[in-house]
Design a protein. Structure first.
Length: 219
């Protein structure tokens, strides 16, 4: 890795670069393929290169991936793009979510990536975590450097204190965390933290690449 994390200088930059390197090495030890992109523009370019030979792509519920511009770029290349965020009808949305899980390529983010080599995710429906685990021929998980945490417990805490509450507020969900900014383990109907999936290792039958991007992306 020759480029550092954008916007960080001096000793803080060195510490973040070391953190990224350690994370990538741990992921590789756990069977994941890895990639590094200095910024979202380079991430887009690399994902396009990795999509060669794919005819269809599923896009999980991820602002990180969409911020790179790769979803539009793949559509312009003529790939069938299954993106439930652009579909309004609930019936059609469900069909799109199911199509994501059998696409040639599945693109998603991760709520947290640990320095010990795990992926930590929590969601409400399950199409994102399902797609990351089994079904698509190839999976690319894109995560900004801000998603790196020391270990699994820190990943779960990041979801409870940062990702979950912010996403609930963004969706205007009537949940306690959307107001308080922190999880209270509620039991309301609109709760979005219903499924927890931890990738301790790469799934046996799934080709998974984890790409760390050297800037802050997503929640």
């Amino acid at each position: 890795m020759t480029a550092g994390v954008i916007g960080i200088k001096g000793e803080a930059k060195k510490q973040m670069d070391d953190k990224v390197k350690k994370t990538l090495k741990a992921l590789e030890k756990h069977g994941f393929k890895t990639a590094y992109a200095k910024d979202r523009k380079e991430a887009c370019k690399k994902i396009l290169e990795m999509s060669e030979g794919c005819a269809s792509v599923g896009v999980g519920g991820t602002a990180t991936v969409r911020s790179t511009g790769v979803v539009e770029a793949l559509g312009e290349r003529g790939l069938d793009v299954f993106d439930h965020w652009v579909v309004k009808n609930p019936v059609d949305q469900l069909a799109v979510r199911k199509s994501q899980m059998t696409a040639d390529l599945f693109l998603t983010g991760s709520n947290a990536v640990t320095m010990t080599g795990e992926l930590v995710n929590m969601e409400g429906v399950g199409n994102r975590t399902n797609g990351m685990t089994f079904g698509p021929k190839k999976v690319i998980v894109v995560a900004g450097a801000n998603k790196i945490v020391p270990d699994i417990q820190a990943g779960l805490e990041r979801i409870e204190k940062i990702a979950g509450p912010k996403r609930a507020a963004e969706l205007k969900m009537r949940t306690p965390c959307a107001k308080s900014g922190e999880c209270s383990d509620c039991n309301v109907e609109e709760r979005i933290c219903r499924i927890t999936v931890i990738h301790n290792r790469r799934p046996l039958l799934t080709d998974v690449t984890v790409m760390i991007v050297g800037e802050e992306l997503g929640l």
